[in-house]
Design a protein around this ligand. Structure first.
Ligand SMILES: *Cc1c(COP(=O)(O)O)cnc(C)c1O
Length: 375
């Protein structure tokens, strides 16, 4: 039997491992020269915009919300179909996530429905590029400018994606990126926030480390309680190694995604992702199971794939159906597209080190399982 194929796996090369070992031997393992070098490289990557490295993508969202001034009583518009960090960070400010249903074609927030959700308490929009397929930035930024709302792009999944040839993160307002182990580039855990100017960058520096401000003569002052979200040099060394190969990773993901479109049996009735090869970074390849035509559920399908040596995952159940959000007044039936996608979505393996015939193996396994379990 072939080795188990996980749904994702980071590609860490020997050079990166050696660079990490060097940091560990250096005597300085937390935030220092590696983190500063990583930030400089990230800034270059994002078209020269100021970037600050952080301990997680969640932390980047938290600090972005703080920069925007979201607090108790404020509302923030977002999608119900994301990793729960997107909405949880809003809840933790004391604000309220205001969900807007997704467009079933893109599985991203339906921009046409945003205006209806705006109230005098709306402070910001947090769009998510699910699976690395970008939300339409022209329409998004138009809406935000017209309604005078800040945008915090949850680009946790979309580093490497583009919009009209420009890199996501290289334009726009605040952009939060994640370097979690499962993302297209990783620092094990980590993230960064792309900001508009040096003043915002300095504020992020302060807020990521207890709110301490140092004067030129080294004296410390604290005016607000900051968080603890700095990135270590150990993590930054991984990030530098990843950045050096990032274009290659993205190109490889595209090749594998194309292979899925070539090999996937379209007669099975599964929903395939938009066949977009200009913008998306192919963070994930996600199908919608035709559950109404199947005698087994998604959980059984995942188990059968696992038995066939193939990992798969659910990214994500619709967030508004979690207890936390039901307690805030949300419930079933409110966002039918997000609910249908969230109930049937399945992430198939896609990562740079996969072989083309791994894709074929996944397509065959999905076909065999679905054919063996018709309703
Ligand atoms: C991964 C992810 C986050 C959180 O990033 P962490 O680095 O895990 O904190 C937030 N939003 C989305 C859409 C994500 O995929």
């Amino acid at each position: 039997m072939r080795p188990y194929l996980p749904f994702t796996r980071p590609s860490i090369d020997e050079e990166t491992i050696a660079a990490v070992a060097e940091v560990l031997r250096s005597g300085w393992i937390t935030t220092g020269p590696q983190a500063r070098a990583f930030e400089a490289r990230l800034s270059e990557y994002f078209g020269g915009r100021p970037v600050r490295a952080l301990a997680s993508g969640t932390g980047a969202l938290e600090l972005a919300l703080e920069l925007v001034g979201v607090g108790p009583g404020d509302e923030v518009i977002t999608t119900p179909l994301s990793w729960v960090a997107t909405a949880n960070t809003i809840v933790r400010t004391g604000g309220r996530p205001v969900f807007v249903d997704v467009d079933p074609a893109t599985r991203n927030i339906d921009l046409a429905q945003i205006e209806r959700a705006i109230t005098p308490r709306t402070r910001a929009i947090v769009p998510v590029d699910l699976a690395g397929l970008p939300v339409d930035r022209d329409r998004l930024n138009d809406i935000a400018a017209r309604l005078r709302l800040r945008v915090i792009e949850d680009a946790a999944q979309s580093m490497g994606a583009t919009w009209r040839g420009r890199r996501i993160g290289s334009f726009g307002d605040l952009v939060a990126v994640s370097f979690h182990a499962n993302k297209n580039m990783t620092t094990a855990e980590g993230g960064c926030l792309v900001v508009n100017d040096d003043a915002e960058a300095r504020l992020v520096e302060t807020l990521r480390l207890q709110g301490v401000v140092r004067s030129p003569d080294g004296e410390q002052e604290v005016e607000r309680a900051g968080a603890k979200l700095n990135l270590t040099d150990v993590a930054a060394a991984i990030g530098l190694g990843q950045l050096a190969r990032f274009e290659e990773f993205t190109a490889r993901r595209r090749v594998l995604a194309r292979r899925y479109f070539e090999r996937f049996d379209r007669s099975l009735g599964c929903g395939l992702p938009p066949e977009d090869f200009s913008n998306t970074n192919w963070h994930m390849f996600q199908i919608l199971l035709p559950l109404e035509q199947m005698s087994i559920g998604r959980g059984d399908t995942i188990r059968l794939l696992h038995d066939a040596g193939i990992g798969s995952g659910v990214h994500y159940p619709a967030m508004h159906l979690f207890k936390l959000y039901r307690a805030m007044g949300y419930g079933p039936g409110q966002f039918p597209h997000a609910e249908r996608v969230g109930a049937s979505i399945l992430t198939l393996p896609l990562f740079p080190a996969m072989a083309e015939d791994d894709v074929d193996r996944v397509c065959t396994a999905v076909r065999d399982i679905l054919r063996a379990h018709p309703r």
